[in-house]
Design a protein around this ligand. Structure first.
Ligand SMILES: C[C@H](O)[C@@H](O)[C@@H](O)[C@H](O)C(=O)O
Ligand SMILES: [Mg+2]
Length: 443
């Protein structure tokens, strides 16, 4: 089936009106409608084999991403899966370095989100053809083959191919037992569902108490709009979860560098493990200053959900500007680029704690973090994967959480396939959900 040829790419604008109830709200995104550019690759295979992919976006931005996916589609349609995966590095370059399209990137912003959507669909297709969930495809793959999927251009000063290979070969030891452990216990998660910025104190209290009862021990709170509110909310949640559970705070890029240091210092009494996205996501040296200033308070800096590509992550790592690497399955160039980031994090000995939530981000990124544990880092120390309890019901193979841990998916593929009924209902603007929203006079 590797010979299957991709004969058609469709992409749809699928949005969920999450802003109506303030789900997902933060200091910078006050009314997010969680959305995806949803890609389906059709093949000429007898088995009606398809590959499903997506990238996460927010509301009106989706139509631009859909356009970019269409613009890249000619590079994938007509290729066989074999042609792609036998030189995956070359195919990544073809998409990311196209002579006319790269001007609107390169390897950043909308065009990189579109690249992610397409490549996620290709990886999904490949994993389906191999009959394995994506994490297992990666875990079983020969290290040299894995390395051949990565574009090392611009990162060899931080990580050479040989070093990457050595990391993978070294981590072969104990791989089997780590895989068994994951299948039994799952990968540890934290929840962001309790404390979106637009939630009332009452909602926060209720959701947090429910989460505690379900066994959650690690919680993330949105901060950054108003210091007094932050103090009140952090104090409330710290009281609810007690001194031994873990608290993280997330400012979604709200502050200038010095402001970040002053503000977070005032929240230090609540003992957050990390401050996430304190300032502009491109400001490597700013993050380094914040990291340095907050280290004596025992607070680390986490970032990555809006980090363009492997080159930015390289600089963050080189400058000791982050203490937690937040990979995102849809922001950078799919599995190919995330492999590079995961391996660089291993070289620099910085834990990977993925960003998830949105639509489908949990479904996808669980595969990458399982691979990280089983085949790269071999450690759970200071590591956990984000979980948000929204919109899973729209997926064919939704995430399974047990005892606050991700249970490894079993279905073949990259867990990107959505229920066709959900796609149609939420298709923007003609889906029935959006027609109803419009009739009620909401945005
Ligand atoms: C707009 C989104 O909900 C963000 O607030 C969200 O991704 C967040 O930063 C997170 O870390 O989960
Ligand atoms: Mg965040």
């Amino acid at each position: 089936m590797l010979e299957s040829k991709i004969i058609k790419l469709t992409v749809r604008d699928v949005r969920f009106p999450t802003s109506l109830e303030q789900h997902g709200s933060d200091a910078m995104h006050t009314d997010p409608d969680y959305s995806v550019a949803y890609v389906v690759l059709e093949t000429d295979s007898d088995a009606a084999l398809k590959g499903y992919g997506l990238t996460f976006t927010v509301g009106r931005g989706t139509e631009i991403v859909v356009c970019a996916v269409k613009a890249l589609s000619t590079l994938v349609v007509g290729k066989t899966l074999k042609e792609i995966v036998s030189d995956f590095r070359g195919f990544y370059r073809l998409l990311s370095s196209d002579g006319q399209m790269r001007w609107v990137g390169p390897e950043k912003g909308v065009i990189q989100l579109a690249t992610a959507a397409i490549l996620n669909a290709v990886w999904d297709l490949w994993a389906r053809v191999e009959g394995k969930p994506l994490w297992k495809l990666l875990v079983d793959m020969d290290p040299a083959k894995l390395i051949s999927c990565i574009d090392f251009r611009y990162i060899t000063d931080a990580l050479t191919e040989q070093e990457a290979l050595d990391i993978l070969v070294k981590a072969k030891k104990g791989q089997k037992s780590r895989e068994e452990q994951m299948l039994k216990e799952g990968y540890p998660a934290y929840t962001t569902s309790c404390a979106w910025l637009g939630y009332t104190d009452q909602q926060l209290t209720q959701l947090c108490s429910e989460a505690l009862a379900q066994g959650w021990t690690k919680f993330k709170v949105k901060v950054g709009a108003d210091l007094q509110d932050d103090i009140r909310r952090c104090s409330l949640i710290r009281k609810l979860i007690g001194p031994n559970n873990t608290l993280m705070i997330d400012a979604n890029q709200r502050w200038d560098v010095n402001e970040a240091i002053t503000w977070v210092t005032k929240l230090a009494e609540f003992h957050p493990l990390w401050i996430e996205e304190p300032t502009c996501p491109d400001d490597v040296l700013g993050h380094a200053s914040i990291s340095k200033a907050l280290a004596p308070l025992g607070i680390g800096v986490a970032t990555g959900e809006q980090c363009h590509n492997r080159v930015m992550f390289k600089q963050f790592l080189q400058a000791a500007a982050l203490q937690f690497v937040q990979i995102d399955s849809c922001r950078v160039g799919s599995v190919n680029e995330n492999l590079a980031i995961i391996l660089m994090a291993a070289k620099f000995n910085v834990p990977v704690c993925p960003h998830a939530g949105g639509v489908g981000l949990c479904e996808l990124v669980q595969h990458l973090i399982l691979f990280d544990y089983i085949s790269v880092s071999a450690s759970l120390n200071n590591r956990m994967c984000e979980y948000v309890d929204h919109l899973h019901e729209h997926f064919k193979s939704p995430t399974v959480i047990r005892n606050a841990a991700y249970i490894p998916p079993k279905d073949p593929g990259y867990s990107c396939e959505m229920l066709e009924e959900s796609v149609q209902k939420h298709h923007y603007p003609e889906g029935e959900v959006w027609r109803a929203v419009e009739q009620q006079g909401k945005p």
